[in-house]
Design a protein. Structure first.
Length: 264
């Protein structure tokens, strides 16, 4: 068993833009505080860097309010990067902005050209497969194009459902290690993780499901005590990161980075 699904040499992040106040959100819970978001973002980036990985921090991109959520722009596999085609019209252009940064680090960069749509937040890569959730942002045509692109690289894609009303598949789950997934009970109930070990988020703590395993750390949003205790007891090296401002825009730990180890 290798552990390529959570060992990373690189991550790309992008500083939040001042235009974040115009970012997309399902429910308006108030304007994000940019200064606090920048502080949380700096903690997040420092935690990734502390694992020894190279962190590429991109400048803020004002024309795209949601551009801090870089995960949605690409799928980064060891063999190459796939530039996504975001299903949110205001985010479509973010993918092209990311492409040159991936080309600087990868030998192979390919793109979803459409007509389908797909966002990185709907994609969970495990040791054995790539799970892709259909959602309001990711459709069957987008997934079909992804399958055509990554099958020649030896990857197996499984199409699953994102629970209704949930933004992205990974809003409700994350990979903790080669065999273990942190998931909300509502997503795990669908059976999509049968064959994996599943750890449930604590009662009323669905928002803790969007965490990330990055090398020896698990980065989880602060403020979810039951889930944090469970992860701690299970032996994960937990780092809690403030997420109050990104949460106002339906963002969490995974959205804030692209994580990868390009094959030489
Ligand atoms: C959006 O609605 O697209 C952003 N406000 C949040 C994106 C979060 N991304 C993610 O979960 N991968």
């Amino acid at each position: 068993m290798t552990d390529r699904s959570f060992r990373f040499s690189h991550a790309i992040t992008r500083r939040p833009a001042a235009s974040i106040t115009a970012g997309l959100r399902a429910v308006d819970t108030g304007a994000p505080d940019l200064a606090l978001m920048l502080a949380h973002h700096a903690d997040y980036t420092a935690a990734l860097r502390a694992t020894g990985a190279t962190i590429v921090e991109l400048d803020a991109l004002e024309p795209y309010p949601d551009s801090v959520f870089v995960e949605d722009t690409a799928l980064c596999l060891p063999e190459g990067a796939v530039v996504m085609r975001p299903g949110a019209p205001s985010r479509l252009g973010e993918a092209a902005e990311m492409a040159p940064h991936l080309a600087a680090l990868y030998g192979q960069v390919v793109s979803i050209t459409g007509p389908g749509f797909i966002e990185g937040g709907d994609i969970l890569v495990t040791e054995r497969e790539i799970l892709v959730g259909r959602s309001a942002r990711t459709d069957a045509a987008g997934i079909a194009e992804l399958i055509r692109l990554v099958t020649p690289w030896g990857h197996k894609v499984r199409e699953v459902e994102t629970p209704p009303g949930v933004l992205h598949f990974k809003t409700d789950c994350s990979l903790l290690d080669a065999e273990t997934i942190l998931a909300t009970p509502r997503l795990a109930a669908s059976g999509c993780f049968d064959g994996y070990r599943v750890i449930h988020t604590g009662e009323g703590e669905e928002a803790a499901a969007n965490s990330i395993r990055f090398n020896d750390l698990v980065l989880a949003p602060a403020g979810f005590l039951r889930t944090a205790e469970t992860l701690d007891r299970a032996g994960y090296n937990l780092r809690l990161i403030g997420n109050s401002e990104c949460a106002k825009l339906d963002g969490g730990m995974s959205c804030l980075s692209l994580r990868f180890t390009p094959h030489p």
